[in-house]
Design a protein around this ligand. Structure first.
Ligand code: GLC
Length: 433
């Protein structure tokens, strides 16, 4: 096209001798052409923010995606390693307007807030129900809000109990079912000097505390907030008993005092170094704790969380997926990223590399995955019976209230009773009840 334009101007020049006019025009056309050429070769940038820890794990997928899609530059921005801190960064970018992000890599609990605020694109028209049925129900439902679908699941998650199979077997204990079993076995193993500490969990004031608590609460027969009626169950006796159990682990010396400052990684390192008999954590720990350099490799097992006598285990439904930012100027390219990342092939590769849990049901029985992680078929059952944190638009504030008062009870600033009464009152005010 540029060549044709140039020859046209050359004829113009020859015919009317408008030397200056022609030279200026040629220069202009050349400049525009070069700029256009350079611009059309520039890939479209699609930006997404995530915890730094996971950003590194995404790299192989990012490289493959870019190799297959040279017109897209997928830029992963590294954020802090706590879900609520990343959520705050996204939130302020949306509130300030002109967010730099095209996609949101979303924790399952962010959906109602982000969707209700109008920050996300409804993706219902982009994906057929038949395609969605290949994903775990809990993960798909965690992406719905009102009548829309705002998040396509990438990896699922569910909380569970890890234990030292070797120590329990040697001492003749069956794995614990109830909180009493756990306390009894932990104390016995500590007293006989088999292990320094009994039980580690996430006790820091952050989202992980709420996630850990929701599954314990289920195991005590209680509830936090009923998403339909907005009834609040925090000051009921079941909730207070669950808090008392957590406090008792500190008072009995089963849990180290530092546990009230632990996130997932602190708990993992503690358990992985052989310093505790039991740990509450997510599935990502399994391959790390079983790696060659891990002191507990081959000595551990997992099971559903302990519960109170007469109730069932609860597993907190966690998990991450991709949503599309309403203000993106590149929805088509952003959608291609979502399709690629959440595809069966990408999930399989990611799971094999990292030990995270897929959100596609078929992968739990995939021969390559089962060959590497033999417990995945059982994990499917845990995943499918997991409990959601209340899917309400005010979730972030409700979680903040629970975290504050739970932390006050765990660090002895308030009694469990008083703390949960106040948490319940504040939550009711938040929900206008
Ligand atoms: C995991 C879960 C997520 C949860 C977080 C809490 O990342 O997948 O849902 O909110 O842990 O720390």
């Amino acid at each position: 096209m540029i060549v044709r334009l140039l020859s046209k101007f050359w004829h113009l020049f020859q015919r009317n001798g408008g030397f200056y006019l022609a030279v200026t025009s040629i220069a202009l056309v050349l400049a525009v052409g070069i700029h256009q050429l350079a611009f059309s070769q520039q890939p479209v940038k699609i930006r997404v923010l995530m915890q730094a820890l996971e950003a590194a794990q995404w790299q192989p997928l990012v490289e493959q995606f870019e190799a297959q899609n040279p017109d897209i530059d997928l830029e992963i921005v590294e954020g802090p390693n706590a879900t609520n801190l990343v959520e705050d960064l996204y939130t302020s970018s949306f509130l300030l307007g002109d967010s730099p992000y095209d996609l949101v890599y979303m924790d399952i609990v962010w959906t109602p807030k982000f969707a209700a605020a109008g920050w996300l694109v409804d993706l219902s028209d982009r994906i057929a129900d038949a395609e969605l049925s290949a994903f775990l129900n809990g993960d798909v439902n965690g992406g719905r809000y009102s009548d829309g679908l705002y998040r396509i699941p990438f990896r699922s998650d569910a909380g569970m109990l890890y234990y030292r199979r070797d120590l329990l077997e040697a001492a003749g204990f069956d794995p614990p079912e109830t909180v009493e079993d756990l306390t009894r076995i932990a104390t016995a193993l500590q007293e006989s000097g088999q292990v320094e500490w009994g039980y580690v969990w996430q006790g820091k004031q952050y989202e992980g505390l709420a996630a850990m608590f929701v599954e314990l609460l289920e195991g005590f027969g209680g509830f936090w907030i009923d998403p339909e009626t907005k009834e609040v169950g925090l000051d009921r006796s079941e909730t207070i008993e669950a808090v008392e159990f957590l406090r008792s682990t500190l008072e009995n010396g089963i849990s180290p005092p530092g546990v009230t400052t632990y996130q997932e990684e602190e708990a993992r390192r503690f358990f992985q170094n052989g310093k505790a008999a039991f740990m509450r954590n997510w599935p990502y720990v399994w391959p790390l704790a079983n790696a060659e350099d891990s002191p507990v490799a081959g000595k551990i097992a997992i099971k559903p969380m302990v519960h109170q006598i007469g109730y069932d285990s609860g597993a907190c439904q966690g998990g991450w997926g991709l949503g599309m930012v309403k203000s993106t100027r590149h929805p088509e390219e952003a959608w291609r990223v979502i399709e690629f990342i959440t595809s069966e092939a990408s999930q399989k590769q990611f799971v094999l590399e990292t030990g995270y849990v897929p959100s596609r049901r078929s992968l739990f029985n995939d021969p390559d995955i089962v060959a590497k992680y033999s417990h995945y078929p059982e994990l499917l059952a845990v995943q499918e019976s997991s409990v959601l944190r209340p899917p309400i638009a005010q979730y972030a504030q409700a979680s903040d209230i629970l975290q504050r008062y739970l932390s006050a009870a765990l660090t002895d600033r308030l009694t469990p009773d008083r703390a949960m009464q106040r948490a319940a009152e504040e939550t009711r005010r938040l929900l206008g009840r």
